[in-house]
Design a protein around this ligand. Structure first.
Ligand code: BGC
Length: 744
């Protein structure tokens, strides 16, 4: 794979470090040093004014605006409205004056610049010396109280004597870059407390801060609430400024402003009674507990160690399932690209991470789809189909994709929701969820596919026509094998669940029309899956094997994204793949396929894959491991875990690839760990990359922690509770506290 790393950050198992500031990489650093807690997120821009290139991005999960999508005509079924997560207020707005001169790293010369993200504690610090004052900044966004964000500025004289002025504020003026405008109207601004409302969705954000020193004055500017602090610093002296900022987002537009503000005031005043250090201790405790339960340790490879921890860290920062109305945006809360949208990534790539780390988050990821079922039912009607048709990209449950080839044709997104129900229930055995919510999702998605497909007049096969599969380099194809296979499996699973419910809880069975189950069974049996017994190849879609060949290695790695350099339709005229498609099917339904099939299809499709999607390398690494291509597996894994740290796609400045971080986690656990979760019993076939001395990972399995440690030619499995059956190298063991050790 022709992608090159940009080595900029220091390598350390627990930290991301930056020594010396390079303005050219300022936006990349802002993405890397982002902090978040699912509710809100802040890029790692400087606290103080910086007149150089910067995206002062602050985002609230699910706080959006919308805009029309226009065509020259009304085309039925094409989305006409786009929702996007907007840039909110800068809660850490700061101005610093030393003896009257303002600090701006674009203009002032500073010494010993150093910045670090400590992933063990979830804290970002930065320090430098300017005008004989050593400034040390610290910030965190609380994991234990989601509305609290905290900032600390230490000023230590190293020969300085004089005055320092700090202006701290909450600033609603930043523009949303993608739209080049600001979306906030101020509705209240007094004594350092400010409230603003989005212009069309009417959502509100309240912000009030408190500091460890008394303000000399409060003042308001348009969309900005500020306080001024004057500090005198003697030679050798150190002073510390601490601020706690309370940020409350209200999406319910029916509550009156007065009531909202009064309630927020009470909440903020209570929250401000707790000290900076108390919040910090609780926040560090959250991370300590999290790492203790779920860390991945790699011996002998600091780069991958750092990379995989960075992925785990960012997944928890983006989502931990506190709120069923929230989801994982492809770029999380770290940038504006992809507009905070939820993709099928959540069900296919992110769900396993949460299933085996945080079951409540896993359930809530699927509940998000249940909570937006009504929108999917309405969308199906728009598409001349029945049941539920889920959007390709969304925030509020409606389709936001303005490129219809994706929005309308990527129907595998709807299959991913049924797949998620199956995957979650198979592994977590949450029958309560299945009967009360999952079954409805299965029925409505089956109903959709039964009405979306058709029969071939040639041979009576049932198939899905006019689709785009996971590989987005082929558009309006017939019978994408991945989608067809997925839908076939989900038809059969839906029938199985309904049969089970007839005995267990007939009163909860969702409404089903006469003959529907038989129809789904017939369509599953007749589903076209193009397969050539001789070569063992599945054809990606009808006619794929006839497409002109192109050597993916002949394309310069700098020509990405490809749609910017190639005429749009020319992408679809050759056999190059953007990301795994058939290979993904072989991974998701591992036990359905033979090793021979896996080898043949991996070799064939890997050679044609350009990996333009960041989701691609880890799946290839997982499958390469399974078929014994160890060197390739290692190369792909490295790319997956460090995609942002080494800016492989040259787009980290736009934000982090959060859903690919979940794929990178899978890369270790499913790849080298060889875990498979498509059967009633969890199974493993661990391997040890020759570049590593050993590694260990932990997963939460049915309420207990399973530790898997691989070293010195052995794999050890320990479950910290009552034993569970686990398959290791095709043999079933009862793994409990004493553990099981096998040769690898
Ligand atoms: C991929 C999609 C993915 C999206 C968001 C695209 O580049 O092709 O499969 O859903 O990115 O991660």
């Amino acid at each position: 794979m022709a992608k090159e790393a940009v080595k900029y950050f220091g390598v350390d198992p627990w930290k991301i470090t930056e020594k010396g500031f390079d303005p050219e990489r300022s936006r990349v650093s802002e993405s890397i040093f982002s902090l978040g807690n699912e509710y809100m997120g802040t890029r790692g821009f400087f606290d103080e004014v910086y007149s150089g290139d910067s995206l002062k991005g602050n985002y609230f999960n699910g706080v959006w605006e919308d805009k029309p999508i226009t065509y020259f005509e009304h085309f039925k079924g094409l989305s006409e409205r786009c929702c996007f997560m907007i840039n909110a207020h800068n809660w850490i707005y700061t101005r610093i004056f030393v003896n009257g001169e303002e600090l701006d790293l674009n203009k002032c010369e500073v010494k010993d610049f150093y910045r670090e993200l400590d992933m063990k504690r979830g804290i970002v610090t930065r320090s430098f010396i300017w005008k004989d004052v050593k400034f040390t900044f610290e910030r965190f966004i609380s994991m234990t109280e989601r509305t609290v964000a905290a900032q600390k500025i230490e000023m230590e004289s190293v020969g300085f004597k004089g005055d320092i002025k700090i202006v701290a504020g909450s600033d609603f003026t930043p523009i949303h870059e993608e739209e080049n405008r600001n979306f906030w109207n101020e509705i209240f601004n007094e004594n350092g407390c400010i409230v603003a409302r989005t212009q069309s969705s009417g959502q509100r954000v309240y912000c009030k801060f408190g500091a460890n020193m008394a303000a000399d004055k409060y003042f308001a500017e348009e969309k900005k609430a500020c306080a001024e602090y004057n500090i005198t610093l003697g030679n050798g002296e150190k002073k510390v400024f601490e601020r706690l900022s309370i940020n409350i987002a209200e999406k319910d537009t029916s509550i009156a402003d007065d009531k909202f503000i009064a309630e927020c005031d009470i909440k903020a005043d209570t929250l401000l009674k707790t000290s900076y250090d108390e919040y910090k201790t609780a926040h560090e405790g959250f991370w300590a507990d999290m790492w203790n339960k779920l860390d991945i340790v790699i011996e002998g490879d600091e780069e991958n160690q750092q990379g995989v921890r960075f992925c785990i860290f960012n997944l928890h920062q983006t989502y931990h399932g506190e709120d069923g109305s929230l989801n994982v945006g492809a770029k999380g809360l770290t940038g504006e690209k992809y507009s905070g949208w939820t993709f099928w990534d959540s069900e296919t790539y992110c769900l396993p991470f949460y299933m085996f780390n945080n079951p409540q988050a896993a359930k809530n990821l699927i509940m998000y789809r249940y909570n937006t079922l009504q929108q999917a039912l309405e969308r199906a009607v728009e598409q001349d189909t029945k049941g539920a048709c889920y959007p390709m990209v969304t925030i509020d449950g409606t389709e936001s994709c303005g490129v219809w080839q994706h929005g309308n044709l990527e129907i595998h997104v709807t299959a991913a929701i049924a797949y998620a129900v199956w995957h979650y229930v198979t592994n977590l055995r949450d029958k309560d969820f299945l009967y009360n919510y999952g079954a409805r999702l299965l029925v409505e998605t089956s109903r959709y596919f039964a009405s979306r497909g058709g029969f071939s007049p040639k041979n009576g096969d049932f198939g899905l026509y006019g689709v785009m599969g996971p590989d987005e380099f082929h558009m309006m194809v017939n019978n994408n094998t991945y989608t067809n296979y997925m839908v076939k499996k989900m038809f059969l699973y839906t029938i199985e669940v309904i049969e089970e419910m007839k005995n267990e809880c007939p009163e909860l069975i969702p409404e089903i029309e006469d003959g529907e189950l038989e129809d789904w069974k017939y369509k599953a049996d007749k589903m076209r899956i193009s397969y050539d017994e001789e070569t063992k190849l599945f054809e990606q879609h009808d006619g794929y094997f006839d497409l002109p060949h192109i050597d993916v290695n002949s394309i310069s790695p700098d020509r990405v994204p490809i749609y910017r350099y190639w005429a749009y339709d020319s992408i679809f005229r050759v056999n190059m793949l953007k990301q795994p498609d058939v290979v993904l099917m072989l991974f998701f339904f591992s036990k359905d396929f033979t090793m021979e099939q896996k080898k043949a299809n991996y070799d064939y499709y890997e050679a044609r894959c350009f990996h333009e999607s960041s989701l691609s390398p880890s799946i290839h690494s997982i499958m390469a491991t399974e078929i014994g291509k160890d060197d390739q597996a290692y190369e792909y894994a490295k790319y997956a875990s460090r995609i942002d740290l080494d800016d492989y796609n040259r787009n980290t400045h736009q934000g982090l690839h959060i859903t690919s971080a979940a794929a990178a986690w899978m890369n270790i656990v499913y790849g080298f760990g060889g875990m498979r979760t498509d059967d009633e019993i969890l199974s493993f076939k661990p391997t040890l990359p020759k570049q590593w001395k050993g590694y260990q990972f932990k997963i939460l399995y049915r309420g207990k922690i399973l530790t898997v440690a691989i070293k010195d030619g052995k794999a050890k499995f320990v479950l910290d509770g009552e034993a569970e059956p686990i398959r290791i190298f095709d043999k079933e063991y009862n793994v409990g506290k004493e553990g099981i050790e096998v040769e690898i």
